[in-house]
Design a protein around this ligand. Sequence first.
Ligand SMILES: [Zn+2]
Length: 273
Amino acid sequence: MNFLLNERMLLEEALKLRKIKDEKPTHTFQVLIKHFFKEGLNKTEVLLELEKFLQGNYKYNFVRLESLLRKMINSIHKNYMEIADDYKYRLNEITQLSIPKRELDVITALKKTNGEEDLELQKFAFSILVTARLKNLLRVNEEKLDLFDDHREIIKDAQLSNEVKTRKKRMLFELKEKGLIEVPLKITSTKCKALFITNDTDKEITITDFNNSILYFLKWKGEKGIIDCAKCNAIVRRKTNNQKYCRNCSVDADRELARNRMKTNRILSSIQK
Ligand SMILES: [Zn+2]
């Protein structure tokens, strides 16, 4: 997923810690700019506030960043110029996404010409669905457009097997043939439309970990060994039978275990003395 789903959280963190997150500093700049605009500041004042913010962040040199920040301020200002007040500079706050049963039924009905299930095409369609539904939530007006683009990102999210590599380019057209999507006639436009999105509100699948959204689909389909981490709720493929945590959390859990063991040993040896 290459877009920012929870701007609210990022902003709160940034304001609290007075810090820029290192992985994607531009994301933090983006939420700060929206926040300052929302507060009623003008472009010059927004730039001044950013300068103040960066003063405490030794890693980021304001002078070096200034032209980038100016560009960002201008483009965000322009993007929101025509937007209604309710949506103006609104921060995204998506923590979960629900997929209704009927949409999953359309996906699982995708078959190969020999009648076998077409799992790879299903995974691709599921990723399209997740992307288009998220885009609907991220919209800046009342209209749900069911659009998606950035096909490369969608293919990545679908975690397709290597064997289908050569087929990837055709998959969009296969879905178009089957009536699931609309592909623009103009070759320059990359925005496609998912036609199988309903207004249903039932929550057959609820996605909370967007790094591995495809695993929710596979788990729902009955694939064994997919678990939610007992600590952080990330969805993961289990590597051993008794695995309870994702990789990050199990490293933490191991450390804690080692710490506790050391503590116990210390206590025991002090008793023995
Ligand atoms: Zn975890």
